[in-house]
Design a protein. Structure first.
Length: 67
């Protein structure tokens, strides 16, 4: 089950991303999973925003040229 964040009056997308994920850099991930809420720039209190986990980037081995 996905996590949900309940907005506080005055929340914005970047502020929610910072609170939930620790960085505004995940703003696009948050917005992508909440398409129906994209009309909000500044949220009223009580809106439920889905906050799915950010997928981890796969780290591959050292490139051949660095070996």
């Amino acid at each position: 089950m996905e996590n949900v964040y309940k907005t506080v009056q005055g929340d914005t997308w970047d502020l929610i991303a910072k609170k939930v994920y620790g960085s505004e850099i995940h703003l696009d991930h948050l917005m992508k999973h909440n398409f129906a809420l994209l009309d909000y720039f500044i949220f009223p209190a009580g809106i439920q925003v889905l906050t799915p986990e950010v997928p981890q980037k796969k780290v591959k081995g050292i490139p051949e040229w660095r070996k």
